[in-house]
Design a protein around this ligand. Sequence first.
Ligand code: AMP
Length: 388
Amino acid sequence: MKGSILPGATVGVLGSGQLGRMLALAARRMGYRVQTFSPNSGSPTGQVSDREWAADYEDLDAVRSFARSVDVATLEFENIPASAVEAIEEFVPVRPGKTALRTTQHRLREKTFLRNAGFPTVPFRAVRSRSELDDALREIGVPAVLKTAGFGYDGKGQTRIGGPEEATAAWDSLGGDEAVLEGWVDFQCEVSVVGARGLDGGFAHYGVVENTHRNHILDLTVAPAQNVPPETAREAAEISRGVFEELGLVGTACVEFFLTTDGRLLVNEVAPRPHNSGHWTIDAAATSQFEQGLRAVCGLPLGSTEGLRPAAMANLLGDLWAEGEPDWGAVLSHPGVSLHLYGKAEARPGRKMGHLTAVAATANEAARLAKDARSSSQPPPEAGPLPS
Ligand code: AMP
């Protein structure tokens, strides 16, 4: 294909976490070289890359040196400063493009973009001062959730407001930064669509999956979603295609939705990169979300997104390390379960350390298997004293 970046070339990855690691593994399998750039060394991505650049994103000399040594750049983390992206673009393409990044880096910009483009969103208002919060609460009502406008993920920088008396504490907890007040959504479930848009504008998606969160962090993904009517699933895919197109995005990305109790889809968030709810595709789809993103970024044809078996993904958070290293032998004794660990040295509560994928005859069975396998990683609870 004309203009394609072919195997043998070097892919630059901005960010160095687990998403970059899985992308790098897919790239290396296809014969690409990989270099990663982030402020960290010994990172999950760096461990499996040809070269790891450890420098600040604001260090534009280092960014330019990195850019000179790669053929194309992509990212695994959307909060990359625009100055770094622009410096790289002096040398090689950065995909997805600047519009997708700029829009999704900032909740307020993202929600405004979605609303203006006619996509269904949660009711929201911009809040730039304590008094604006009162106005917004009057308009939106309670319960509501106040979120920082920028740099938030996995529930960081957000606080629920149950009544007007909680407004001051909520405002103070965000440190007076620009914020967004959202109405609290009464949802039956959370779903997402992971897909990819190619350089030629082609779109392919993995269908609708159902996500369960714990403490605002993804806990379990079930693929395909079990409780979504086919018409709603089609609508979710169409909205996602539209969002990708409006953003001019090239690569793998994800649209997260609430499915309300009255059956409406509301877009919660757009991630312009591979997503946690697409990890199951490594083990259970014809082309993984990581290979798909790479194909898109390199201008190659998109692969088949067919799901090979029903699957479930359970995240492994640092909390599982509280009593020492989890029992991986017990986990792996479950047929149909694969273990993915990200090479992070320090297990902190809430930190994503790895995930399990389970495949089975049905999605419900896969979900049960993934959860059982995860529980088996923990020591059995201490037996209490025998009843006398
Ligand atoms: P976010 O970081 O905005 O994706 O939020 C993380 C999680 O918090 C979501 O996946 C939901 O489980 C929950 N959440 C966020 N916003 C709302 C909302 N407006 N109403 C209900 N739950 C929410």
